[in-house]
Ligand binder design. Sequence first.
Ligand code: GDP
Ligand code: MG
Length: 645
Amino acid sequence: MSTIQLQEKLHGYGQWRDELIRATERYTQWMDSLDISREETQEAIQRVMDILVNERLMVAFVAEFSRGKTELINALFFADTGLRLLPSLPGRTTMCPTEIFHDPSQGSYIRLLPIESRLSDMTLNEYKQNPYKWLHIDLDHNFPLQMQEAFQELAAVKKVSQADAVKLGLFKPDNPEQGPSVIPEAVEVPCWRHALISFPHTLLKEGLAILDTPGLNALGTEPELTLRMLPNAQAIIFLLAADTGVTNSDLEIWNHYVRGPSHTGKNGLAVAMNKIDTLWDDELRGEDAVENSLRSQVKEISKILGVDASLIFPVSAKKGLVAKVRRDDILLDKSGLKGIEDYLTNTVICNRQRLLREAVVGSMGQLVSASMGHLKTEIGEANRHLQEMRDIDTSNHEMTRHLMEETKKYQMAYLASVEIFQSCHKTFVQQIVHLGKVLSASNIDPIVRNARKQMLSSLTTPGMKKAMKEVLQRLHSAMDESMVRASEAENLVQVIYSRFEEEYGFADLIKPNPFSLDDYQNELERIFEEGEEFRQSAYTTLMEQSAAVHRLYSTIIAEARELFAKAHQNTNEWGSNALTPLARRIKDRKLLIDNRLGVLRKVTGSNETLEVEIAELEKKLVMLNNKLTEIQEIEQIVTAAVPSA
Ligand SMILES: Nc1nc2c(ncn2[C@@H]2O[C@H](COP(=O)(O)OP(=O)(O)O)[C@@H](O)[C@H]2O)c(=O)[nH]1
Ligand SMILES: [Mg+2]
């Protein structure tokens, strides 16, 4: 069955990841064994380890209420529990965005964030850093029935006064679309704003994470879903229902939250046309007629959404779940579930591996090959030195004197290069410090604080828009300034390296990664653009305006602030590493000269001492060559192709 394929693929991916983790650990040991300080590389290694250990493969299910997202999640991932694990029945369905994953450090639990948290200024992401703000329920994953019962809480709703609902930003009194069925005094709202579920299911343990979203009402009121969570998902499955076709609210979600700016192209996007079993029921139509009707619906959806028909999967989540639980292969086939499973297995996971590999090869690969290049140079120098020693005729005083003089000249040139290096280094450090100041919290936070203050004092939408425009301009100009400074620093590094290559004979220098803040600038643009799109979306305008806008702007500002913090950290890391390879080579040259002078002084007149020196150097060379083999092996693992398991 294809769940097994999915599992195998994820498992292969997990093994590949573990191998990379081991290679990374081996690399740190390798550096330790050679006494190479790994201070500068520590952060980069830590980041790669973080990616490898913590990165999850997030698949998000997005659609209007009641299209069958939760049922599809049950059928795709949790049918092996033999239950409908998450609530998905008429009148009892998930009301809040729910993330499902495996958190090995905390075991099995469900955490629920009360809806009242919407009254506070804290962002969802900040809440996630504060577990004690959530209702925590321990789960026993050995008892699926108990879990199923605990998950009923995801469907919990309660009645609050109209005034409270307005305050929560979940109701607008004069909204005609709410219709007459709403009791004027009491409004039904979800009890929970967000849910986090951790349990050790096989697929989740392999790094899969699932995001279930309830529908337009949650997407339109929770900007972080749109600005942060959906763009970060590796795959989005958008659902339609065969019995309702493409409705206006489906289109609203598609245009504003799925295909819009959230779809950065990084993440896979597929459409599930669910509930095809509703077409089966018509006994007067033959199988062919049903088949034709499905095909024409797919064609039409493809036209309306502008999505290739091969990415639209007709499916019946409900029958798929039943078929899996009952082990009914014919029904399972008919349910079309396999189409989506294959898509997830072949496209999504493969893409994920490719991206991860690029990230790992980009940083680890570079570190490892830099170390390798450095070691090769060291071996080359040692060989040359060995040859020189072998050529020394200790009884020929004229020769040793001449060698001594030459080495001293070399030493003078070296000392001059050190002076130049020190002054270049100083200039570079000043540049990095200036750049850091522009990106630092002490520059960005007052801008952010000021904007928040202005927004609080002017609770009207135009007032907030003005405050937002201002903060946007100021953050933009901070970013522009740092871009200019970053490119100056990058140029300086290039100049320094070329100079040492050309003037001081440092051949084959391993240059640091090129540095630019372009990605951060693009990301800042994206956040602002998506924020604007979000503000203009029809649903948001149905909300109580100022509260919705305030929430949105707070989120955008928090995202932007985090972006600057990341750019700052990245700059510092690059700044402290950029001149390291050169500094190391200069240090090596000093060792080489000192060594040579030392040997020449010692061996004058004594053949025996020379023999000892030669033997020692030979021994060292054997050790260095062993280390070279080892780092070559590590490099091979780090840059190896992704397994096709
Ligand atoms: N006939 C049929 N009903 C389905 C199917 N999938 C889900 N449903 C029903 O549609 C309703 C909403 O499903 P749910 O998964 O809660 O939708 P969500 O709000 O998108 O998560 C429930 O009553 C389900 O039983 C399906 O494939 N066929
Ligand atoms: Mg649901």
